[in-house]
Design a protein around this ligand. Structure first.
Ligand code: ATP
Length: 309
């Protein structure tokens, strides 16, 4: 990628956009070794966020293999400008939901709308430009930190890169690295922690500044403390501008303040509401919450169940 970047800079915005889309796809789905051929409809129109980014799933059924549905007749609305969490047992289809939104796959039946436009009727480029993702595991390119952040917006000046890093609370760490913003990271560069990687992903996101934000929470990359610090950063970013944000969450403590929590089981919505409402309901969410609380010590750190016995 590094070798390509110099000539590409001369080739104008089309290539830049293409590279941006490829990057986003790579970022979100680099671990999914499934061949994807999503076709853009002839005459597809650019996505228009007329309602501020309301997402609606209507009777969506989808599986990676035709005879093994992962999402089953799922219907749910993610309101515009709100912070929404998707929770549920492992394997219930949470990340799959994000992949469908990004249109890495198409639904088998049913429809997905953003502000009343079927995803299959809008241009892929406009859809993916509208979306920013913090994936489970942020892939880094074998380039400088600055380059890695700038992928969020290839035209951003240095000052904007630094400002984004400050807001993601990674600037001080970067300054302490051997060559500051010129430090090479990635497989052949400086080894950085999972938390630092995620902060770089948040910096990219701040630079890109998209109206729709998706977070796919890692199960174990971050300790509770780092995770809470990161969530605090993200909440701060969400506060200054209404954006639709969807958090796939394993640790319920990171999302209990969401405007809406959607609970999935086996690819269908079984409950939805605020933390309070779901606790009062004493259903699956309350069960998941109780199970996680049992594994917390008084500092909110997850206790290793095996070690405790
Ligand atoms: P977790 O909480 O463990 O991250 P999840 O709820 O996010 O899980 P998904 O990642 O959406 O679940 O996966 C749902 C199901 O689809 C799982 O059974 C998983 O094994 C399967 N699956 C996920 N990705 C693929 C893929 N690319 N090809 C085939 N099957 C897949």
């Amino acid at each position: 990628v590094f070798q390509l970047s110099v000539p590409l800079n001369f080739l104008g915005s089309v290539y830049r956009e293409l590279r941006q889309s490829l990057l986003d796809m790579e970022t979100l789905f680099n671990l999914q070794k499934v061949n994807v051929s999503i076709a853009e409809k002839p005459g597809a129109q650019p996505l228009q966020l007329t309602k501020g980014g309301e997402i609606r799933f209507e009777n969506v059924t989808f599986g990676y293999y035709v005879d093994r549905p992962i999402l089953r007749n799922l219907s749910v609305t993610i309101p515009a400008g709100k912070k929404v969490a998707v929770v549920g047992p492992s394997g219930c289809g949470k990340s799959t939901l994000l992949r469908l939104l990004f249109r890495s796959y198409d639904v088998q039946s049913g429809r997905i709308f953003v502000d009343d436009q079927d995803l299959r009727d809008v241009t892929l480029d406009s859809l993916r430009r509208a979306i920013g993702v913090v994936p489970q595991d942020t892939p880094l390119f074998n380039e400088t930190v600055e380059h890695n952040i700038r992928y969020g917006n290839l035209d951003a000046p240095r000052e904007a890169v630094v400002a984004a890093a400050r807001r993601a609370h990674i600037h001080e760490s970067i300054e302490s690295w051997p060559h500051g913003y010129e430090t090479k990271v990635g497989e052949r560069g400086l080894m950085i922690s999972g938390g630092e990687k995620q902060r770089l992903a948040v910096s990219r996101l701040i630079l890109k500044d998209p109206p729709l934000l998706f977070f796919d929470e890692a199960t174990s990359a971050l300790d509770t403390h780092t995770e809470q610090a990161l969530m605090a950063n993200i909440n701060e970013i969400l506060r200054d501008k209404a954006r639709t944000s969807v958090f796939v969450a394993h640790r319920l403590r990171t999302i209990y303040d969401a405007d809406l929590i959607i609970v999935l089981r086996e690819g269908a919505v079984v409950e939805q509401g605020t933390h309070r409402e779901l606790m009062d309901r004493a259903g699956l969410y309350a069960e998941l919450w109780a199970a996680q609380e049992m594994l917390m010590d008084e500092n909110g750190e997850v206790v290793d169940a095996a070690a405790r016995d």
